[in-house]
Design a protein around this ligand. Structure first.
Ligand SMILES: [Zn+2]
Length: 426
């Protein structure tokens, strides 16, 4: 790893990428699973559309002369080993994913994968010398909307999920991963977990409004928020809304509303980057003139500092106990998901920032509020991410959009960072 030189000592400038060529590839990939009348596409993991998208990208990898391998869970890596590089050295890896949600946009993970190909094509045409191979990966089932968990391929790649378990996963439609991989022809033979890269850098759209609001071109991603999802069930007493005096009520609806207000106050009290959301609520019997007998709601808590996230969970728990006492209701809760925050490698993060500044681009350090393959790779090698702005903060939606100039800027930053990491013998 490049810890022996300060990140502001940047290797020779990389040649400039061809944004038009990259946009053409993004458009061609978006044709597969295109959602009629929109710019978006639908390529759920391991469907025919995912298979066709994979075929297209693997074809491009072949055109570029990359060594393409497919592992047993369908992760695909294309490695560029031009003359002059040490072919056996651990590659510098970039990439992302090409599966989408059911109503996805054309950028999301596709950008990171196709930007990686664009960087290699640019280096190859310019004869840019590198010492280490550069690889482009697309990891299986990042989205997780058909098969849980999300980031399945990258998690298995780093040994966080067994291949047997991943292959046996049953989807929301009853399909099984192994059958689907066989059907689309992407159950490969390369072993998984895979070889740890020298470093991993992922370009991705922000999927949030922060960069656009700040008028910033490049997001320097320092960390990924930890996520805590809890489902809360409140049981009270159903009763007549007109005849039951207020002091005699055991109102599950009111208790649910108090929880919504509490988590909002909690996030404000803890301050950024803490966020808290009650995103789903169900009342029973859900009638205008009946005090609710029961309520089910979800709480989503996120922070980049695990100690603060744990504290927010603890304070929510204390509040639920108090609330149950005060309102005469029963409250139970169960964890739906919990992931720890991830801090990216400070040297690679600093490199991303230094490269962007050197290219005259405005930068902002920020955490990622969404999960990404890079957080899995961070377990096995120095990793970081580059964000480009998302118009109106919209993603996972056909109207997801990033300005061509921002795509170009993000890809040029990626090129320089990859060249710095791969361009010197270490
Ligand atoms: Zn993504």
């Amino acid at each position: 790893m490049a810890t022996d030189s300060p990140p502001n000592e940047i290797a020779a400038p990389a040649p400039t990428v061809d944004a038009g060529r990259l946009l053409d590839r993004l458009a061609a990939l978006a044709e597969i699973g295109a959602i009629e009348g929109t710019e978006g596409c639908s390529r759920l993991a391991f469907t025919d559309a995912d298979g066709a998208g994979r075929d297209l990208v693997v074809g491009w990898m072949g055109d570029l002369g990359l060594d393409v391998s497919v592992d047993v869970i369908g992760n695909v890596i294309g490695i560029w080993r031009p003359d002059g590089c040490d072919p056996d050295a651990a590659p510098v890896l970039t990439g992302s994913h090409i599966d989408t949600v059911a109503t996805g946009g054309r950028y999301d993970g596709n950008l990171g994968v196709l930007a990686g190909l664009e960087v290699i094509e640019t280096f190859a045409s310019a004869g840019t010398p590198i010492c280490r191979p550069i690889g482009v990966a697309f990891f299986s089932n990042e989205e997780g909307s058909r098969f849980a968990p999300d980031m399945m391929g990258s998690l298995a790649y780093v040994g966080g999920l067994s291949v047997e378990e991943a292959l046996a996963t049953v989807g929301v439609d009853g399909a099984i991963v192994v059958d689907e991989l066989d059907r689309i022809g992407y159950r490969g033979s390369t072993p998984c977990p895979g070889r740890a890269p020298h470093a991993y850098v992922e370009l991705h759209i922000e999927q949030g409004p922060v960069l656009e609001m700040a008028g910033t071109r490049i997001g320097v991603v320092e960390s990924v928020q930890g996520i805590s999802w809890t489902q809360i069930t409140i049981t009270g007493q159903s009763n007549h809304a007109g005849t039951t005096p207020m002091h005699l009520r055991r109102d599950a609806g009111y208790a649910a509303a108090r929880i919504g207000a509490f988590v909002r106050d909690l996030a404000v009290d803890l301050g950024p980057p803490q966020v808290a959301t009650v995103g789903a609520i169900n009342l029973h019997p859900n009638l205008v003139n009946v005090v609710a007998a029961s309520a089910t709601l979800t709480v989503d808590l996120r922070n980049t500092d695990d100690a603060v996230l744990v504290d927010s969970e603890r304070r929510l728990g204390l509040f639920l106990d108090e609330l149950a006492d005060q309102e005469g209701v029963t409250i139970t809760s169960r964890s739906l998901a919990r992931s720890e925050p991830v801090t990216f490698d400070p040297t690679v993060v600093g490199l991303v920032e230094a490269v962007a500044v050197d290219l005259g681009l405005s930068t902002l350090r920020l955490p990622s509020g969404a999960g990404h393959d890079a957080q899995m790779l961070a377990r096995v090698c120095p990793s970081a991410m580059i964000f480009t702005p998302s118009r109106d903060g919209i993603s996972h939606n056909p109207s997801e959009y990033t300005e061509p100039a921002d795509i170009e800027a993000g890809t040029n930053v990626l090129a320089r960072v990859l060249l710095h990491l791969a361009g010197r013998n270490r």
